[in-house]
Design a protein around this ligand. Structure first.
Ligand SMILES: *[C@@H]1O[C@H](CO)[C@@H](O)[C@H](O)[C@H]1NC(C)=O
Ligand SMILES: *[C@@H]1O[C@H](CO)[C@@H](O)[C@H](O)[C@H]1NC(C)=O
Ligand SMILES: *[C@@H]1O[C@H](CO)[C@@H](O)[C@H](O)[C@H]1NC(C)=O
Ligand SMILES: *[C@@H]1O[C@H](CO)[C@@H](O)[C@H](O)[C@H]1NC(C)=O
Ligand SMILES: *[C@@H]1O[C@H](CO)[C@@H](O)[C@H](O)[C@H]1NC(C)=O
Ligand SMILES: *[C@@H]1O[C@H](CO)[C@@H](O)[C@H](O)[C@H]1NC(C)=O
Length: 213
């Protein structure tokens, strides 16, 4: 009888310990999943500025063709994008030459999306820009994008993250982006300080393992 009681007590303790471990394990897993999010990679894939195409020899058509890529590299998380606000600038300066917006959308994990638009411009000093490219130099433009995203993890959505990225790009005398490869839009804030530090996640995992052992 007493043997049986002792055995029962041991099982209870084991069960308690087991469920505690399991709960902690799941909690760590969910925390890891929600912390380990990577922002989408945004890049300029293509640019065409007819006004700078020397063959056309005309600045009467002043729109710019811009092709942006949204790449969700997360293996297991979708991304909800709110509206994106995009600003184009000329000559790496504060001269705004175009503002446009892209509608919000949902992007599944490991998916890529392209947004190709002809956007109107205003206030570009075309004569100066044409002179620059005809002289064999490159005209410098800049694109800045601001949006808000939420990650979708299993069945829930994370809180909102603001994404603020931008890049300079150079255009040659046929009106094309000089760099053939995509140009990544980058954030001015280093990843370490943006609250998604992999170091922090690793520390959490290491800590959880210590508690479990
Ligand atoms: C520049 O304009 C010419 C004449 O219209 C056209 O044939 C050529 O494809 C244009 N260049 C680019 C890069 O589109
Ligand atoms: C470009 O057009 C201007 C007039 O708009 C003309 O004077 C000039 O010769 C043209 N240049 C070329 C290379 O066709
Ligand atoms: C644009 O300006 C920033 C600082 O204002 C500078 O760091 C960067 O090198 C400039 N880029 C070009 C292409 O001039
Ligand atoms: C374009 O966007 C910039 C930055 O948000 C803003 O300062 C500027 O007033 C806007 N211009 C127009 C014409 O909407
Ligand atoms: C850019 O602006 C500077 C003045 O800030 C000017 O000297 C230069 O010629 C401009 N460059 C281009 C490519 O338009
Ligand atoms: C985009 O622009 C609209 C209108 O100016 C503004 O209400 C919205 O907050 C902007 N979005 C972001 C992410 O800044």
């Amino acid at each position: 009888m007493s043997d049986y009681n002792n055995h029962s007590g041991g099982t209870g303790c084991f069960r308690c310990c087991f469920s505690f471990t399991l709960t902690l394990g799941f909690t760590s897993l969910f925390m890891w999943l929600s912390l380990h999010t990577s922002n989408p990679i945004l890049s300029i894939q293509d640019i065409y500025i007819p006004s700078l195409n020397k063959t056309l020899n005309s600045t009467s058509y002043q729109s710019i063709y811009i092709d942006l890529k949204f790449d969700n590299k997360n293996k297991d998380k979708g991304i909800f994008y709110h509206q994106s606000n995009i600003t184009l600038r000329y000559n790496n300066s504060s001269i705004v030459i175009s503002n446009y917006t892209l509608a919000g959308f949902y992007q599944g994990h490991n998916k890529k999306a392209r947004r190709k638009n002809w956007v109107g411009t205003y206030g570009v000093p075309w004569d100066e820009a044409v002179k620059v490219v005809d002289g064999g130099e490159l005209a410098v433009f800049r694109v800045d994008l601001v949006t808000v995203i939420r990650f979708k993890i299993l069945f829930w959505k994370t809180k909102k993250h603001r994404v603020v990225v931008g890049a300079d790009f150079q255009v040659n005398d046929v009106g094309k982006k000089e760099r053939k490869k995509g140009t990544r839009l980058r954030s001015g804030v280093p990843e370490m300080f943006s609250g998604k530090s992999p170091v922090g996640v690793s520390l959490l995992v290491v800590f959880s393992v210590f508690v479990l052992v």
